[in-house]
Design a protein around this ligand. Structure first.
Ligand SMILES: NC(=O)c1ccc[n+]([C@@H]2O[C@H](COP(=O)([O-])OP(=O)(O)OC[C@H]3O[C@@H](n4cnc5c(N)ncnc54)[C@H](OP(=O)(O)O)[C@@H]3O)[C@@H](O)[C@H]2O)c1
Length: 328
């Protein structure tokens, strides 16, 4: 498959190129950037020197010549390109938020008009594999909702309240520097942000409802001085008490066939650079604490996007995603 990455100079774009190097039948032929047009990919992503000899280009969307595409651009940019790719029959995974939510919810949450909306499957393969398989276009989920939803899914129908408390590394904000991501503000520091207003809450609520849950879902993110990774502590309040054995057995059975979900004590280090989501549970009567860890740039973005494209194009789901996590 010849692959085009729209927005290849950003963090998720660089991660797509890195991961696709080990794909059995994908090769990146087009890496777009407006700012870096004509410059070698390795000028922006020096870790890829010797692996990728492409230069960035900036073609019109109709001139993209590829068998499949990733949109790794900010929300509102993706909607300008998605339709043209779909019309030309190019299977596409969108990493932005533009197609994750119903139109009215998207417009309310993001405060913008959606000018090119259509419905797309929500790309958590562990939960929506069949829909993704048949789809020409998939909305890759947000990084927080991926780790949070995988943590809560097995208990979703038994809960009346779910509180997600997440800690994220700084690469979640993309490569554009800001006061928030400035080193003296992040290093040796730990802050909560958007305590009750983070946009990803809408995705978490949408997915809980799709899983048949009537639970009220709440979410507060925190920024930690790490480059990659999201650790989510989900406090799941059940209608009826459960036992540790019962909950462990439930998670083992729910994720029995899921290669990328590992039931073990989660930490950022044990998933770093990989597409794994590690999950562990601890039960205290009506409260179950479920902790999950993902790499925000892999299972939270580019890795999951490749997992989705593999399903859409009939490739083995793990193709390109078998890199071993990098620890310590
Ligand atoms: N970082 C994460 O952990 C993460 C996780 C999940 C999802 N996402 C989502 O994935 C998308 C990319 O995130 P990122 O972190 O890789 O962002 P980023 O580091 O800021 O990179 C954005 C990329 O998009 C390009 N771009 C920006 N505006 C554009 C436009 N109007 N038209 C075409 N290209 C444009 C940029 O290059 P030029 O400006 O040079 O064109 C750059 O290559 C975002 O929607 C983000 O919300 C990110």
């Amino acid at each position: 498959m010849d692959i085009a990455i729209i927005g290849a100079s950003g963090y998720t774009g660089g991660e797509l190129i890195r991961l696709l190097l080990s794909h059995s039948s994908a090769s990146v032929v087009s890496a777009t950037s407006r700012k870096w047009e004509g410059k070698p990919v390795s000028a922006v992503h020096p870790h890829l020197k010797g692996f990728c000899d492409l230069s960035f280009s900036n073609p019109a969307i109709d001139a993209i010549d590829a068998d499949a595409a990733f949109l790794a651009v900010p929300h509102t940019a993706a909607m300008q390109y998605a339709g043209a790719l779909v019309e030309r029959g190019i299977p596409t995974v969108d990493l932005s938020a533009d197609y994750r939510l119903p139109k009215d919810v998207y417009e309310a949450v993001y405060g913008v008009s959606h000018t090119a909306w259509f419905e797309a499957p929500y790309g958590i393969p562990e939960l929506h594999r069949d829909e993704i398989r048949a789809a020409p276009f998939v909305a890759n989920p947000g990084c927080f909702p991926t780790g949070a939803t995988l943590a809560a899914a097995p208990l979703a129908t038994r809960a009346h309240t779910i509180i997600y408390d997440s800690k994220t590394g700084v690469s979640g904000a993309g490569d554009n520097p800001s006061a928030t991501t400035h080193y003296p503000n992040v290093g040796d520091n730990f802050t909560a942000y958007k305590w009750t207003t983070h946009r990803h809450t809408a995705e978490m609520r949408m997915e809980a409802a799709r899983l048949g849950s009537r639970a009220a879902c709440y979410f507060t993110p925190h920024l930690v001085p790490a480059n990659r990774g999201i650790l989510t502590t989900a406090h799941i309040l059940l209608d009826e008490p459960a036992t540790q054995e019962e909950v462990e057995a439930l998670y083992a059975s729910y994720y029995r066939d899921e290669y990328f979900v590992r039931l073990q004590k989660p930490s950022l280090a044990t998933v770093r650079g990989s597409n794994f989501c590690d999950i562990a549970v601890e039960c205290e009567g009506n409260r179950v604490v479920v902790v999950s860890a993902i790499d925000n740039l892999v299972k939270g973005a580019s890795g999951q996007a490749i997992q989705n494209l593999n399903l859409m194009t009939g490739h083995r789901e793990q193709d390109g995603l078998l890199g071993v996590p990098l620890t310590p």
